[in-house]
Write a protein that binds this ligand. Structure first.
Ligand code: DMJ
Length: 576
């Protein structure tokens, strides 16, 4: 074990700069620092001929900037520029939505109209608001805030069927985050714009009171999947089953609402789900993707960390983290479930591709006795971030090591996190557009298919990753950027920022719509890619927020003080 630990510590030291040649060439040297220029030979000359100072004199005494300081300034302002590019992208996305779809759930940027795909609560407005607060996009804060104040409560009382999970993570989560970030609960007051924080809290309660019916109408602790807002009724999904990830991904939001409202009902109902799942039989901590609200049992044997399974694992650790340093023993079961599940992932789901050994997480569609499928949804790319967070609990790796907080298993999880983040990044690099498909398969001894590569013949991994025709779309999803952000914060390795920038540039190039907004793509393997005419709410709520935070200062929403819900809405950790 001691050798294993030493091995992990040595092999796991991140390379200080593993940016590829092509990437490095694409980096613009910032010109803001006096005496430095990017394209002219002056830059090289500056370095070749250092000023003739007596070597024994420290540079600061001569009033000059030393090389290290200069490099730091240069790098710093490069990321300030890049962060501003993300803010511009956010404003472009918002302006398209505002112009053609204000008040609808989503923008169709090519048809220049709105569509209600999530029940009609203006989901983009609420999903985008805390991103605007974090970026200091004051006009958006004011437009979104005023829309919420004027319309949302009315919509909540009049609209029809909404999905419990989608509405909780996007709308309830967005409102609660906006409440905190605009100064409610003496949170971080990021703005004077928009309505008073209590407007967000009251709207959140109004919504949650109806969503609660999904729990209280069910004969077990497992909620129904849908609620009809106008008649306050709750319903099963057509096949009677709820998704495991959906029922277990509402607790952060309901817990926080109980804390700030003083009403314990929200938290009690939501936590019953996890307490109930704790006692159900599992496969090395892994769970099937369906669960019945009628029997309270899992249904089927399909195990995966992609759709319908993903955020079950994410919330086990995040709900535990949410309780803060003084969390009592009542929550330890969540940490134990998380650790057991990650052991199960490492044992049953992780394999390496051939010929180049990309580490990936596959699926067990027929349970542990059935065959392994080397299929990985882009959704699984949340896992590197969650694993890293679970390992250091939001501290930097350096600090956690110094404080002797990392167990052998934490180091294993951190290593897996870094390997998987690399795979997720390569899912982008391997395609012609530089954007990931919705689903990838991995070439293994047991599984191969020819003629289904991503189109980028220069990628080393073009034969490792297989992309089927039906899976070639890109919905502007956030998971990889989310993991790059968390891994950058935790490992402090700048390669994660560079990878993020490469992905951001690909989004800019292929998904930006001139008249406003960004569009999903039909096929990321062909140039030019066909566009799909939809801007998902999570592009503003998550993808652009994570880019912005990845390129910015680590003190902005620190990971040991906030926990992000699965839709990237930060909620404060108790006592922080
Ligand atoms: C988001 O709504 C959330 O991140 C959810 O957990 C998974 N799917 C989308 C983003 O891809």
């Amino acid at each position: 074990m001691i050798f294993g630990l030493a091995y992990l510590m040595f092999t796991h030291k991140s390379a200080p700069h593993s940016v590829s040649q092509g990437q490095a060439e694409g980096i613009k040297v910032n010109t803001e620092v006096e005496g430095i220029s990017d394209s002219s030979g002056r830059f090289k000359r500056f370095w070749r001929k250092p000023p003739r100072l007596p070597p024994q004199l420290p540079p600061d005494e001569k009033g000059s900037i030393d090389n290290h300081e200069l490099q730091k300034l240069n790098t710093g302002s490069k990321w300030v520029d890049r962060q501003q590019r993300v803010k511009k992208a956010f404003i472009h996305a918002w302006s398209g939505y505002k112009m053609y779809a204000m008040g609808y759930d989503e923008l169709m940027p090519l048809s220049q109209r709105g569509v209600d795909g999530l029940g009609g609560l203006g989901a983009t407005v609420v999903d985008a608001l805390d991103t605007a607060l974090i970026m200091g996009a004051e006009e958006v804060v004011s437009e979104a805030g005023l829309w919420i104040e004027a319309h949302l409560s009315d919509r909540i009382s009049k609209k029809g069927q909404v999905n419990l999970f989608e509405t909780t993570i996007r709308v309830l989560g967005g409102l609660l985050s906006a409440y905190h970030l605009s100064g409610g609960e003496q949170g971080t007051n990021l703005t004077q714009k928009g309505p008073k924080p209590t407007v967000y809290l009251e709207t959140a309660r109004n919504l949650a009171d109806r969503l609660l019916l999904a729990f209280t109408s069910s004969p077990t602790s497992i909620p129904f999947s849908d609620v009809v807002l106008h008649d306050s009724s709750a319903h099963r999904a057509p096949d009677g089953l709820s998704s495991t990830a959906e029922v277990s991904t509402v607790q952060l939001e309901f817990n926080y609402l109980s804390t700030v409202s003083g009403d314990p009902r929200y938290s009690i109902e939501a936590m019953k789900v996890l307490e109930h799942i704790k006692d159900l039989p599992k496969v090395e901590g892994l769970v099937p993707i369906y669960i019945s609200p009628d029997s309270g049992e899992f249904s089927g044997e399909n195990i995966r960390l992609g759709s319908r399974g993903d955020s079950y694992y994410e919330y086990l650790i995040k709900v535990w983290l949410q309780q803060g340093r003084n969390r009592d023993g009542n929550f330890t079961y969540l940490y134990d479930m998380y650790e057991e599940a990650m052991r199960g992932v490492r044992h049953l789901l992780v394999q390496k591709s051939i010929p180049n050994g990309l580490v990936f997480v596959g699926e067990l569609p027929y349970g542990p006795k059935g065959s392994f499928s080397p299929k990985m949804d882009h959704l699984v790319c949340f896992l590197p971030g969650t694993l890293a967070l679970g390992a250091t609990k939001g501290l930097t790796k350096e600090k956690a090591m110094k404080k002797n907080l990392l167990k052998f298993e934490d180091l294993e999880n951190l290593k897996l996190a870094e390997d998987l983040a690399k795979t997720c990044f390569e899912m982008y690099s391997v395609t012609s557009t530089g954007l990931a498909p919705e689903i990838a398969y991995f070439h293994t001894e047991e599984y191969s298919e020819h003629g289904l590569d991503g189109g980028n013949k220069n990628s080393k991994f073009v034969n490792d990753i297989i992309i089927k025709h039906a899976d070639r779309h890109n919905l502007l999803r956030p998971e990889t950027v989310e993991s790059l952000f968390i891994l950058y914060r935790i490992t402090e390795d700048p390669k994660y920022q560079e990878w993020g920038w490469q992905i951001f540039e690909a989004f800019e190039k292929y998904t930006k719509v001139d008249s406003g907004g960004y569009s999903s793509l039909e096929d990321v393997t062909v140039l030019p890619p066909h566009r799909r005419d939809k801007m998902e709410t999570f592009f503003l709520g998550e993808t652009l927020k994570y880019f912005y935070l990845l390129f910015g200062d680590r003190s902005n929403i620190p990971l040991d003080k906030y926990v992000f819900n699965t839709e990237a809405h930060p909620l404060p950790i108790k006592g922080s």
